[in-house]
Design a protein around this ligand. Structure first.
Ligand SMILES: [Zn+2]
Length: 265
């Protein structure tokens, strides 16, 4: 067991605005604070859910809002949602644009690609990094990112690929969101990839309430699971835990321009 008493952590991808967390949010955030999980980055998924997300983040300073149109709900998205997104980007200080991406497991790749492309453009226009969702879609996403050249890069959330795929993103300047996948023995290729990548490319995330870690299948995931994920990461890496945690926090601060003078409102 790694002692995490002197380390700080950021959950770089947690849907804490979802109703699953409604009943117990204050209590849960207190527990996060006690566990030194001092920041939670909250990705947006649909235009309809953005106001609630922004309100939740305004109430709790440890929550950092991002807005975006998630590929799973693109079938219902319209051009006016992109206009609303642009208005929101003018009005609110956001950490990143996301989550956006292409999911190869669902239909309408053309519409997903269009919205991905448009949102990458917006991110460049507002000088923001992006949170990218992938599933069975590395072959679709990598060429687009190569062509687009995002000024502020971003993170490939819930990375679950092999080393070659990891390297393709890292070479383009992206960081990888490392979560519950590495807690599963069967994820051999991803675990091997995470052993080999530069430490500067690593972010931690829970993806809660989705993606329960090994041993907790069938339960809602929680941002508190960031610590067991970190322990699994420590087993895969050569760095001392304290150095690893510090470097990951540096990665977060660098990618999202987080420092003491940049507090979001
Ligand atoms: Zn997500």
């Amino acid at each position: 067991m790694v002692s995490t008493a002197i380390m700080f952590f950021t959950d770089s991808h947690c849907h804490i605005d979802f109703i699953e967390f409604d009943d117990n949010l204050n209590n849960l955030l207190q527990k996060c604070k006690k566990s030194n999980i001092h920041r939670i980055i909250v990705p947006g998924i649909t235009a309809k859910s953005w106001p609630r997300l922004l309100k939740t983040c305004q109430l709790h300073p440890c929550l950092y809002p991002c807005l975006g149109l998630h590929p799973w709900w693109i079938n219902k998205a319209s051009q006016s949602d992109l206009d609303t997104l642009e208005n929101n980007l003018h009005q609110h200080k956001l950490l990143a644009l996301g989550e956006i991406g292409i999911d190869g497991g669902i239909e309408d790749i053309d519409k997903q690609t269009h919205f991905f492309d448009q949102q990458l453009e917006l991110a460049n226009q507002f000088n923001l990094p992006v949170l990218i969702h992938h599933r069975k879609s590395h072959h679709l996403i990598v060429p687009i990112l190569k062509q687009k050249q995002q000024q502020q890069g971003g993170v490939i959330h819930a990375f679950s690929g092999n080393y070659q795929q990891a390297k393709a993103y890292i070479d383009l300047g992206y960081k990888l969101g490392i979560g519950g996948t590495i807690t599963y023995e069967r994820a051999k290729k991803t675990r091997e990839a995470i052993q080999k990548i530069p430490v500067e490319s690593i972010l931690l995330e829970t993806y809660a309430p989705a993606m329960p870690i090994s041993g907790h299948q069938g339960e809602h995931n929680s941002p508190l699971m960031l610590l067991p994920i970190f322990e699994h990461l420590c087993q895969l890496r050569v760095e001392k835990p304290v150095n690893l945690a510090e470097q990951i926090e540096n990665n977060i601060e660098q990618l999202f321009f987080l420092n003491e003078s940049n507090t979001l409102t």
